[in-house]
Design a protein around this ligand. Sequence first.
Ligand SMILES: [Zn+2]
Length: 616
Amino acid sequence: MASTAGISVAVREPPSDPCPVCSGNEWRVQKSVPHLGKSLTHGQFAARETVHYCANGCRHPNGNLVTRRQAALTDLLVPRRSVSYDVMVFVGRKRFLERYQREEIRTALRHEYGITVSTGELSDLMKRFVAYLARLHGSRSEALKAALTSDGGWPMHVDATGEHGRGTLFVVMAGWRRWVLGAWKPATENAELLLPCLRQTVQRFGAPCAAMRDLGRAVTPAIAGLVEELGLSIPVLACHQHFLADVGRDLLKPSHGTLCELFKRTKVRSKLRDLVRELGRKLGKSIEKAREAVRDWQQMAGAGHRVPSGLAGLAVVRAIGQWTLDYPADASGLDFPFDRPYLDLYERCRVALRATDAFLRTPPQDRKVASALKRLRRRLLPVASEVPFRQLAERLRRRAALFDEMRGVLRLAAEPREDDTEQDLAHMRRRLDEWVASLEERRPQRGPAQDIREAIDVILKHIEDHGENLWGHAIPLPEAVGGGVRLVSRTNFLLENRFKHIKHGERRRSGRRILTKDLEDLPADAALVDNLTLDDYVEIVCGSLDQLPKAFAQLDREQREQQLNGMPPPEVDDVESVLQIATASLSTPDRRVVRTRAMDRRMLAAAGSRAPKPQI
Ligand SMILES: [Zn+2]
């Protein structure tokens, strides 16, 4: 032991309470058990624990001898571990809330508390923390449900996230409270696997007053199934953001994809990059001066469209190339189809080409600069072609304009607002109806405008399919909670934001950009941890964050008592096992088994063996 200082508990204390069976007060020493422990308050310590048994040899209803361990230790240490509850909570909070890396957590424990934990112990504690939190969440479900009921119900937000189709995380959130009520990792995203998750949530927290979902092929039927099964008459709302994105993808993806292909085939981007790099090398050590020259040149707009001579000229040509390639700067930060990066690149190429033509009208005196400028022009030139570049970009622009009109009507320009009023929504709905009616009028019946007709049909089809799920956000509250109306958020933004937060945190923690593995390894219930940032949630489950270790210890105490009383262990969560049913893809737990050398050897041996010779 590094240190045995600290603990001063009387671990030989005879029990002060009577035997629960015979009410006798006479206890005898059964055995003495050594412990090595680590806790935030005691540091690392060694202790011998004296265990007593009832002098009358009484037994619990389950048959076990009535014994007494030392409460000072059982309330401190996680069962079958040498670590205290508070160390586990410390590790969990650092890992999941503060997104510390492993080494950072180990260092903090060593420096602040003089505690050493191995990496294996650390992983174990992280997993255990999440599992304890999930148990606590479940054990407090009645109190959580009461709070939801006192709000007049809870709108169910449902969404799934993943990374490259793996490690799907499926989450149900109570919208008004922003609590995650449940999180699972189905082997694949399909309705049969999602429905049991929804069912379990309703069993624990009561039926929702509305449902908000994306347009997904799995979530949509799963919610429809739940609503039917429970005989609910609640609005099932499609997230406006997802709806818009869906329309946008169908409108823009084909031409945007073709434009992307076109850029790749003509190598416009890579050729521009090469030129920029080459010019950078030429500038070499003078790069700082060159930057200054570019800044000066930018200020001389009145001096006509000229490019200076010498290094300054090369620096300007290089800057034009860099500007062209900097099209991500035009992005609003939302993904496709809200941003159209290749259309942005196209527009920048067109601008750069026109500018270069202008600069060549009064060619630079310096032959080297003139030649660099001409080379830049040649690399941009493909985008000037009528077919295929211009026609394609034109079509994309027209469709994008139509899409942006719709976005304007639904007022989802950037982050959706959370302060819409009932009137806002009614107004928005009217405007959407008017706009749809105007589309029908604008739809060219025949003639050359075939593309715009098709585009309008795409929009009308989406309105037809999803129109009835777009409205109904105003939820009348029961008289019991004061009546009135409360709005459900128009989007799943709250939930999406939570996903983004999780992914961002994982990225920062792991230093990896691709999170496939990280998300696969992350237990689903880790999505519950963010609830600990919400005061109302924390108050219900454990009073305050400082009380979390105590709440965990109490869970174990209750479980021990139940076991001794011969009560069945708490209902086993069978949803998890349902979720891992073999499907087309190999889930992580399956893969840990299947993708092993032992399995390989077994298979190869079997494959290489010969059939027994027939007996004659
Ligand atoms: Zn007894």
